[in-house]
Each structure stands twice: as structure tokens, then as C-alpha cells.
Write a protein that binds this ligand. Structure first.
Ligand SMILES: [Zn+2]
Ligand SMILES: [Zn+2]
Ligand SMILES: [Zn+2]
Length: 130
């Protein structure tokens, strides 16, 4: 997750986002930067950040008189102002299974047991986050 210096208007329509894997963590990336450095006055930016279809977005110069985006052709109502580049969608747990497999091949029951224990903790942490 990377913070942006200036908020930007992006599109949240499924055709305008992309899912990327960053070190086993799935992130949602906005492909369509409909208006970078959007808005006037910093305070205004951050107040409406991360709210899809906030009514103030309608005033953004990225949209034409019909409220459609000049950049991606989606309605202003599916747009959102963001202050960071990506967000995490879900944690990938498949890697852990793969790792267990490798340890199994090494035939060390002790290591497997250790790993299972820590994996159990990891799963619990995931559950608590949900
Ligand atoms: Zn704008
Ligand atoms: Zn757009
Ligand atoms: Zn769009």
C-alpha cells in the first residue's frame, strides 16, 4: 500500500480495476486514473476520500455534462477519490500449503509439527481479522 501525495479520482467499475499479487497478498489496483490531483483545497479532498459516488465527485472536471467520465466512460457514481494507490483484498494461504509439502519431503516430523503449530496461529489471526 502506497500513499499518494495528491488524492486522485479513480473508477471502481470492474472493467476499470485490476487484481494484482504483491508478495502473496492480493491487491486491487485502479487502472483508470480519471483525474489526478483532483479538487480544490486539500481539506475537501480528504473529506470525501474512499467514498464511492460521493455527490461532490459530480463536480469533478473528469466528467462531462451527463456525468460520464471523459476518461473511462463510466458514470461518476462508480468513481471514488483515493488517497492511496492499492488496497489489500485477501491474504493468499496457498503458499503455506506448498511450503508444508516441501517440508514433508524432507521427512522431518519435528519441523512439520513446528510449522503446523505456527500455521494454526496464522489461521487464527486471519479469522480474527474477518
Ligand atoms: Zn477532479
Ligand atoms: Zn473514470
Ligand atoms: Zn470506469
Amino acid at each position: 500500500m502506497r500513499n499518494l501525495n495528491e488524492p486522485r479520482t479513480v473508477c471502481t467499475a470492474s472493467s476499470c480495476v485490476e487484481y494484482v499479487d504483491v508478495k502473496g497478498i492480493k491487491e486491487c489496483k485502479y487502472k483508470s486514473h480519471c483525474h489526478t490531483n483532483c479538487g480544490t483545497g486539500k481539506e475537501k479532498h480528504f473529506k470525501i476520500a474512499n467514498i464511492v459516488g460521493h455527490k461532490n465527485l459530480r463536480k469533478c472536471s473528469a466528467f462531462n455534462s451527463d456525468g460520464m467520465c471523459k476518461r473511462c466512460n463510466c458514470s461518476w457514481q462508480v468513481h471514488m477519490k483515493i488517497t492511496y494507490e492499492t488496497f489489500i483484498v485477501e491474504k493468499e494461504v496457498h503458499n503455506v500449503e506448498k511450503h508444508l509439502e516441501l517440508i514433508n519431503q524432507e521427512n522431518s516430523i519435528e519441523i512439520v509439527q513446528q510449522y503446523v503449530n505456527s500455521f494454526g496461529v496464522y489461521i487464527d489471526e486471519l479469522r480474527q481479522e474477518q
